[in-house]
Each structure stands twice: as structure tokens, then as C-alpha cells.
Design a protein around this ligand. Structure first.
Ligand SMILES: Nc1ncnc2c1ncn2[C@@H]1O[C@H](COP(=O)(O)OP(=O)(O)OP(=O)(O)O)[C@@H](O)[C@H]1O
Length: 231
């Protein structure tokens, strides 16, 4: 098991108001599993993903990432856990505009202060995995949306993270690019990585091993029928 929420919730206090962004939830994410997180706008999906990504702490309850109790970690330890264990993929790709595809992919390895030769080797390996080696010298703006997302996936997996978290990774993509990107994410699970994908898109269901729905901050398990996801 890579991630486990145990009776965890997330409240936000603004002034005298308390918002329950996520009600008490227990959820686990296993190795080699692709989990879909679906639900309407404002329901708590990003909050759930942010918890799994060690970007925020639960207000109550426990969160274990790679067997570490996140509540016991300092901000610096959380940052190290994120850098070494978790890869992020976003709807808008979030590539750094002045850097080439290759430099974007190499970026997390530079943060890890690895030797240059190792950075080069692993960067090329990651580009190869998403079949983007031939475009490695391009700037992001010269790539299609689907290509940019494949570069973002290469960047997410270059550190060999156990967990890859994706927030609406296909929302800006056409059908063909959607399939390519989802195939890449599915391939990651075949090598034992865990992938969680927040989406509004029921077409992603065929790539999922499991789906949960978040509604008004309440997480529930979904069945495997398309109708369940269309709800
Ligand atoms: N930092 C914050 N401070 C206060 N309230 C917040 C904060 N972050 C989220 N919320 C509230 O928590 C609830 C859940 O938000 P969240 O972003 O998790 O929803 P979502 O399902 O990801 O929505 P969307 O699909 O629109 O991105 C919303 O009511 C939101 O307004």
C-alpha cells in the first residue's frame, strides 16, 4: 500500500466560517493501481488529491504515505517526501516556458542534486518512455497539448516516484491525445506505480482499476458500470 487515509478529514476555517472540504474518510491506494476520483465541482476532489500529495495535512485523522505518518513530518520532511515519492501531473501541464522539453524533465533531478551524467541518462530514459525523445529540444509552446502532457508525465516519472497524482490530466486534450496520455499513465501501473486521477470525464473509466466519487466532501466507492460514473 502506498497511501492510506485513516478516518481523516479536512476543514478550512475562514473568519467565523468552517468549511468541511473533506468529511471523515478512509481510503487506500495500492501498488499498481489506477484510481479515478470523480465528482462535481467544489466537491472536494482537489482536497483529496492534495492530501494524497502531501501538499496539505489532514485536520483530523491519519495519513500514511509510503508508510510514513504525514502528521509527524516537518514541512521540510514533507517536501522531501513529495520530491522523492510523488509525481504530479496537472490539467495545464505546468511546464516551465523558457525551458526545453528535456530541461523540464530534468528539473526534478536537478532539485535532487544528482550528478549531471545521471540526470542526462534518466532524462533520456523518461523521454523514451513517453516516446518524446525526438522533440526533446523543443520549447513547450512549440508542442501540441498532448505532447506537452507527455512531457509533463516524463517529468513526473523521472524521479521514479511510487505515486503519480493527476489533476484533470486530459481536460485540455482531444480524444486521440487523451488515449495516448491515459495509456502512458496506465503503463506506469504495470511497473507497480500507483496512479490517482481526478477527472470529470467518464471516458477515463476504462483505464481505471477502481473509482471513487466525492460529493459534498463525502467519498464513496463506485462500481464498474459506466452509469455509475455518469451520475
Ligand atoms: N484553501 C481553502 N480555503 C477555504 N476553502 C477551501 C480552500 N480550498 C478549498 N476550499 C473549499 O473546499 C471545498 C472543496 O474544494 P475542492 O477544491 O477540493 O473541490 P473540487 O472537487 O476539486 O472542485 P473543482 O472540480 O471545481 O476543482 C470547496 O467548497 C472549496 O471552496
Amino acid at each position: 500500500m502506498i497511501a492510506q487515509l485513516i478516518n481523516a478529514n479536512k476543514l478550512y476555517r475562514t473568519g467565523d466560517q468552517t468549511i468541511t472540504a473533506l468529511s471523515t474518510t478512509s481510503l487506500q491506494l495500492n501498488e499498481g493501481e489506477l484510481l479515478l476520483i470523480i465528482g462535481p465541482s467544489g466537491s472536494g476532489k482537489t482536497t483529496l488529491l492534495s492530501l494524497l500529495g502531501c501538499l496539505i495535512n489532514p485536520t483530523e485523522g491519519k495519513l500514511l504515505i509510503a508508510h510514513q505518518d504525514v502528521n509527524q513530518l516537518s514541512a521540510r520532511e514533507m517536501a522531501t517526501l513529495r520530491l522523492n515519492t510523488i509525481g504530479f501531473v496537472f490539467q495545464q501541464f505546468n511546464l516551465l516556458a523558457p525551458l526545453t522539453a528535456e530541461q523540464n524533465v530534468a528539473f526534478p533531478l536537478k532539485m535532487q542534486r544528482l550528478p549531471a551524467a545521471e540526470i542526462n541518462r534518466r532524462t533520456l530514459e523518461a523521454l523514451e518512455k513517453v516516446r518524446m525523445t525526438h522533440r526533446r529540444k523543443n520549447l513547450p509552446r512549440t508542442l501540441s497539448g498532448g505532447e506537452q502532457q507527455r512531457i509533463a508525465i516524463a517529468r513526473a516519472l523521472v524521479t521514479d516516484p511510487k505515486l503519480v497524482l493527476c489533476d484533470e490530466p486530459t481536460a485540455s486534450l482531444d480524444k486521440d491525445s487523451l488515449d495516448v496520455v491515459m495509456e502512458e499513465l496506465k503503463n506506469l501501473t504495470l511497473t507497480g506505480k500507483s496512479v490517482a486521477v481526478v477527472t470529470h470525464d467518464p471516458r477515463l473509466q476504462r483505464y481505471a482499476d477502481r473509482a471513487v466519487q466525492v460529493k459534498n466532501g463525502v467519498v464513496s466507492q463506485l462500481g464498474n458500470q459506466p452509469a455509475d460514473l455518469m451520475d
